[in-house]
Design a protein around this ligand. Structure first.
Ligand code: FES
Length: 150
């Protein structure tokens, strides 16, 4: 990780704050997330505090601060899914996995994210695991779905 962020930083002049977003994009492309070590390195290179970098990066939903899991769960909390019990499913997922949205399980089996609409409201409530849509999810079905993934 150290070497990849160092080689990314070599492409950008020191103290150039305008380079922050492209540096973050490249770092995430390499590592899959923005680690505290990466933030420290960028901080030294651009002379911006770590909290400023975190503030900018957390404004954009494309940046993540935890390593991705082997499987990514997106739970839909758009209107159609919400009225069909989306928040109940979210709480079940949180207690089953022991994580909140934006986090990754300790064994890195799953990461969890909440989204506004997955574009298939007619089959709500839905969750997306990797590229698989699971429709009309119930709590029982949710546990069966989780068991399918390694
Ligand atoms: S609101 Fe969930 S798919 Fe549209």
């Amino acid at each position: 990780m150290e070497s990849s962020i160092s080689s990314i930083l070599e492409n950008y002049p020191q103290n150039d704050r305008g380079s922050l977003i492209p540096i973050l994009q490249n770092a995430q492309k390499e590592e899959g997330y923005i680690s505290p070590e990466v933030i420290n390195k960028i901080s030294t290179h651009l002379r911006i505090s770590g909290s400023q970098i975190f503030g900018v990066a957390s404004f954009y939903s494309l940046f993540r601060f935890n390593p991705p899991g082997r499987n990514s769960i997106k739970i839909c909390l758009g209107t159609a899914c919400h009225v069909q019990g989306g928040y109940f499913l979210l709480h079940t997922l949180q207690s089953e996995l022991g994580i909140f949205p934006g986090e990754t399980t300790k064994d890195r089996k799953f990461d969890l994210e909440r989204v506004a609409c997955l574009g298939c409201c007619a089959i709500a409530p839905v969750i997306l695991v990797n590229n698989d849509i699971h429709s009309r999810i119930s709590v029982i079905k949710l546990k069966e779905v989780l068991d399918k993934y390694e």
